[in-house]
Design a protein around this ligand. Sequence first.
Ligand SMILES: NC(=O)c1ccc[n+]([C@@H]2O[C@H](COP(=O)([O-])OP(=O)(O)OC[C@H]3O[C@@H](n4cnc5c(N)ncnc54)[C@H](O)[C@@H]3O)[C@@H](O)[C@H]2O)c1
Length: 346
Amino acid sequence: MTLRFGIIGCGDIGQLRAEAIHATPSTTLTAVSDVDSNRAASLASSYSAQVASDWHELVRRDDVDAMLVCTPPSLHAQMCTEALDAHKHVLCEKPLARNPVECRAILDAAQRSGCIVATGFNYRFYPSIMKARQLLDSGIIGKLDHIRSYTGYMATAHSHPWMHEFETMGGGSLRDNGIHLIDLTCYFLGDVAHAQGLGSNAVWQFDGCEDNGFLLLKNKAGNIATVQASWTEWRGYRLLIELYGHLGCIRASCFPMWTQVIWSDKLGGKTQRKRHLFPYTHLMEHLRSYRWVVVQSFIHELDSLARAVRGEETQLAIGHDGALAIEAAHAASENDTPPPESKRPS
Ligand SMILES: NC(=O)c1ccc[n+]([C@@H]2O[C@H](COP(=O)([O-])OP(=O)(O)OC[C@H]3O[C@@H](n4cnc5c(N)ncnc54)[C@H](O)[C@@H]3O)[C@@H](O)[C@H]2O)c1
């Protein structure tokens, strides 16, 4: 069965999502909606799709099975909830919503409808991360002990001003680039039971939005992870996650894409190491830009959603994963981020 999609929001990500839907055999694009009617018309015409008069009409259409929500985060809760109540499956872009209360409303709607809500944590489907998952599951580094993870870029690269507006985002770097990293860290750690954190906005001073967020996570077994998300990284866009086990460690980087494993047969024994470099990904990134890499991860994600709808087990991030990541991010903003009413000095 082909999953027929509607897209709400035809901006940067909506356009890449449409390209991915078109390239995924199990999915098709039926109709789109955007408050910018030119944008909607242009995207629809590229993929022979229709333009809905507004997003409320789109979620009610009988010829749509699933919605892709690609609008700014402040709109996610309302759009996801209404789509789920209209018995549509939903893949919502990250962050799932601005805060735990909005996430809860989405999860409740999913439960009411019996439909799937997935969170757009496409980094799970990057080659270096899939390799890390495979290596960890193979047992090569023994039992997982702890995780260290970092992501950062400079806020000057924000593609929209709303990315550092509290009203739209609900917070700063931990809800932006950091939300992918929180999800990856939880994905590898498993059974996260505790989160605490701190945030600082001393550099950019965006009201209510940390430019550096720091988290400590702990799972039910007592394994600990550290997470840092930054908007003050001077060396391009970086994401590195390091998984430490009793017999070795796995390091996975997304920018650039590589995975390294160092392991030993016994604690304190002679080590071996191997690096996976993903030459095809590097070549295509060079020829077609990073957008190609993103679209490939979206294709994996969409295929996983189509399989999840058929009842198969997948690595797809569901709504609970999106809510867990926001709860963790919230732990930092609750503690230390200056409240939104504190004004930036003029
Ligand atoms: N998965 C990733 O790696 C990734 C990367 C970047 C952004 N994102 C997420 O994707 C989402 C969209 O980001 P973007 O960069 O594409 O933003 P964008 O501003 O380029 O696109 C958003 C679109 O939504 C439209 N929109 C706004 N209100 C609407 C409404 N009421 N009805 C219909 N359309 C409406 C806007 O007109 C715009 O075209 C955000 O949640 C963002 O965090 C995810």
